[in-house]
Write a protein that binds this ligand. Structure first.
Ligand SMILES: Cc1ncc(COP(=O)(O)O)c(C=O)c1O
Length: 278
């Protein structure tokens, strides 16, 4: 998984896969327009050009959408043919069966699924894809605005693109500095909601869900202590970042954040400018 649109440590993934004889498959659900490079002077490599299959999601909230559905990219022609087959009942197309070539004369040589993107959604996907870079630029412009307005101006860590990564900016997560605040993350979220600014948390860690707690109690799952995950979760708050938002709406998010965090700040002198913004 590559959270929020930033690729993880590709070399490390490859090394682990090699050591344990595993096949690497990238979860690129957040990663349309994501790229990485080995070093500052190396060329950028888009995620789709990696030597492993990448699975993208076109769910409603993603960088482009078909409502539901997704796509797999691979540079392995045999794998591509097999994916096409198994995503549609395991059917071998008539042209490849050595039969009459007529429409009905297909074969089923392996078990498949009904997991194809239907034609109507695929048409929507093509039109969305043609606007992908436009949406990406809109996201980047929202990100620049947030970074300019928030970095160093609120008691929170504001996300940056690492030097060797280009993010899709699917998610914009702030990490609140709770030690500088009188309110918890959830209290801040509620106050923002009262100002009609709907931020979110992406996501609750798996070991906090009832199902996984029950599995752990029954000895069917084992979670060690996950102090880093728990700490990040308690501080995380994600801001609206859809290209559908107007500049006015994004400005209101910033104003509301400054207002709520300004009122909840412990060291009034350090964050005086926030109180002025209220
Ligand atoms: C990181 C990640 N991987 C996979 C998925 C699953 O994608 P889909 O809903 O298209 O199956 C999601 C969906 O939100 C996701 O966020």
């Amino acid at each position: 998984v590559n959270y929020g649109g930033v690729l993880g440590d590709v070399e490390e993934y490859q090394a682990i896969a090699e050591e344990f004889g595993l096949k690497l498959i990238y979860d690129g659900a957040h990663c349309l327009h994501t790229a990485y490079r080995h070093s500052l002077d190396a060329p950028w490599i888009p995620i789709g050009a990696l030597d492993a299959p990448v699975c993208y999601s076109f769910y409603a909230s993603k960088c482009i959408t078909t409502g539901e559905g997704g796509m797999v990219t691979t540079n392995d022609a045999a794998l591509a043919a097999r994916l096409r087959r198994v995503s549609f009942h395991g059917i071998t197309p008539p042209a490849e069966t050595g039969g009459t070539g007529m429409n009905w004369d297909y074969d089923i040589a392996e078990r498949g699924y009904k997991a194809n993107l239907n034609d109507v959604l695929a048409a929507l996907g093509l039109s969305q894809l043609s606007r992908g870079w436009e949406f990406h630029e809109q996201r980047r412009s929202i990100v620049s605005f947030y970074q300019r307005e928030l970095r160093g101006n609120i008691p929170a860590d504001v996300p940056e693109e690492p030097a060797n990564r280009q993010s899709s900016w699917h998610i914009f997560p702030l990490l609140l500095r709770l030690e500088e605040l009188t309110l918890s993350r959830d209290e801040i979220l509620l106050q923002l909601r009262d100002l009609s600014v709907h931020c979110s948390v992406q996501w609750r860690p798996l070991h906090h869900f009832s199902l996984y707690k029950a599995l752990a109690r029954e000895g069917k799952a084992r979670f060690g202590r996950l102090p880093v995950t728990d700490e990040i979760f308690s501080r995380m708050l994600t801001l609206p970042i859809s290209p559908a938002h107007s500049q006015d709406e994004i400005s209101r998010v910033v104003e509301a954040l400054k207002c709520v965090l300004g009122a909840a700040t412990r060291n009034r002198n350090k964050w005086n400018h926030l109180r002025e913004a209220m």
